[in-house]
Design a protein around this ligand. Structure first.
Ligand code: TEU
Length: 509
């Protein structure tokens, strides 16, 4: 097999630090909590973890509004706790990616405080300021992310100018056309690379480049948050410089970018000619229905867009911004089949903490909702054990997900047939199989409701079949095949009998 960088073979596990593990008993997860629970990740068999932001922040967007990129928010601990976590992770051969938020800062970041202080401030041009439009309103028709249809601009009354914010007013967009901004954000990358991180998940990276003229978008598109439309050539230039910076460090450091554009062709451009992002998220599959045809299309589109530019795919079903796929797909049987799919496609899979437990979104009342984007459900805390506090010191900041005791790490680990053991088995199988980790991919014919594909690496070969319906289906395949893994455990270790069960996924060899 060809030699490949670690991140092509890896399975990455996303940790949302507020909700993972609480060592201090504050009801909010923290970095010591993550360190104390690394055993879970090592036992599971993932290769890397990605930590959502833990930097100083007023938390209007729960850490995606950063007021100091080079310090840990006291809620989560301090820099020494980060260093201890990083070295403990490395001791267990777990790589660590951190979240870099380059497109906007917090409005409380000293840069913005200074920029706002006067039109003459030397930092004014670090952000995007414009005079009001002709009617005295916002300078253009761009809209913001969390309040549908609301302008992406806020008026700063003392100076009479508007500033741009693709997200909350508390998240002013940085102006990457200013070389000082570029240098400051590069310095942030170096700060963490020098500390030893293995790489970054770059937040809304496609949103850094903006044209000076900031033209209106087609009025028909204006209701779409501008961030989901912003696709500018400047960004590619910035990414080439970022790639050089990251690649200059030893040890295969990397960056996975969040490109929140809803077509895979657009996303593909952010790999450049292997000189921009190492990996990019690709969200159309996350938004796809649980239907064989929808997935066939996502898979084909991914290959068509990425293969010609030699770019490596990534796959993700859940994250901290969207309802969990266990909730979207509606049953544990489907979520089990989805785990087989996610971990047997060609590309790097990203798991979201708790999906290995089969967690569903918490039911959040209006009174409990705290996120401006209403994304609280998937951010419910992780239950570690069956006790009433589930391993947390105090009542956590959000309600528990349904059946938290039965789905806790403790309970799932005690049951060899649980979802957690399925994930662990899949991870081990993937690691041991050249076909599944780095091999080629080919769709095979199957019934309408069954997705079938072959993975091949050298002499190693697997056939994977996913039944998207809750009724059994015939499945004709060549050659004697053995059921190596079944999402529901049925038939494992025996000869394949020509049929796939309801909601079942199979790995055959
Ligand atoms: O998300 C980008 C993004 O576009 C989504 O927030 C999307 O608009 C939203 O989920 C729709 O409900 C990233 C982070 O992942 C997210 O948590 C942040 O809020 C956002 O950027 C701003 O930093």
């Amino acid at each position: 097999m060809p030699k490949a960088p670690w991140w092509k073979r890896a399975v990455v596990y996303q940790i949302y630090p507020r909700s993972f593990a609480d060592a201090t008993g504050s009801g909010i997860g923290d970095l010591v909590g993550v360190r104390e629970r690394l055993e879970h990740l090592a036992w599971l068999g993932v290769d890397a973890l990605w930590l959502s932001p833990f930097f100083r922040s007023p938390m209007h967007d729960f850490g995606y509004d950063v007021s100091d990129y080079c310090d840990v928010d006291p809620l989560f601990g301090g820099l020494a706790d980060f260093d201890a976590l990083l070295s403990a992770a490395h001791d267990r051969d777990l790589r660590v990616l951190i979240d870099w938020v380059p497109a906007h800062t917090s409005s409380e970041h000293p840069w913005f405080v200074e920029a706002k202080s006067s039109r003459e401030s030397p930092r004014r041009s670090w952000y995007v300021w414009r005079d009001p439009g002709k009617d005295g309103g916002p300078p253009n028709n761009w809209t913001t992310a969390f309040t549908p249809g609301a302008p992406a601009w806020s008026l700063d009354e003392p100076s009479g100018q508007y500033y741009l914010h693709s997200f909350l007013p508390e998240q002013p967009d940085l102006d990457w056309n200013n070389p000082e901004v570029v240098e400051a954000m590069h310095a942030v990358l170096r700060f963490w690379l020098d500390r030893g991180v293995d790489g970054f998940r770059a937040d809304v990276i496609h949103n850094i480049g903006k044209p000076e003229a900031l033209p209106d978008v087609d009025p028909k598109l204006a209701p779409i948050p501008h961030c989901a439309l912003n696709d500018e050539p400047q960004t590619h230039e910035h990414l080439r410089a970022i790639r050089k910076l990251v690649d200059a460090y030893p040890g295969e450091r990397m960056m996975v970018g969040e490109v929140f554009l809803l077509s895979t062709e657009q996303v593909a451009a952010y790999y450049g000619r292997n000189d921009e992002l190492h990996l990019s998220f690709n969200f159309p599959p996350l938004f796809a229905a649980w239907e064989a045809e929808a997935w066939r299309q996502c898979i084909e589109k991914t290959a068509q867009s990425l293969d010609p530019i030699d770019a490596w795919p990534s796959w993700v079903l859940s994250n901290h911004d969207n309802p969990r796929h266990r909730t979207r797909y509606g049953s544990e049987a489907r979520a089990r089949a989805a785990a087989v799919l996610l971990l047997s496609l060609r590309g790097t899979p990203f798991l979201y903490m708790g999906e290995e437990l089969g967690l569903e979104d918490a039911v959040i009342t209006d009174a409990e909702r705290v996120d401006p984007g209403g994304r609280d459900g998937c951010r419910a805390p992780l239950p570690w054990d069956r006790s009433p506090t589930h391993g947390w010191g105090a009542k956590p900041w959000l309600p528990w997900p349904p059946n938290a005791g039965d789905r806790s790490v403790e309970a799932r680990r005690a049951d060899p047939h649980s979802m957690l053991h399925l994930y662990r088995k899949l991870l081990a199988l993937r690691r041991a199989s050249p076909a599944l980790s780095l091999g080629t991919f080919r769709l095979l014919p199957g019934a309408d409701s069954v997705l079938v594909y072959e993975r091949r690496g050298g002499n190693d070969r697997r056939v994977v079949a996913i039944n998207f319906r809750d009724e059994a289906a015939p499945l004709e395949l060549e050659g004697p095949l053995e059921v190596e893994l079944a999402s529901d455990g049925h038939g494992e270790g025996s000869a394949f009998g020509g049929e796939i069960g309801p909601d079942q996924a199979l790995i055959l060899r």
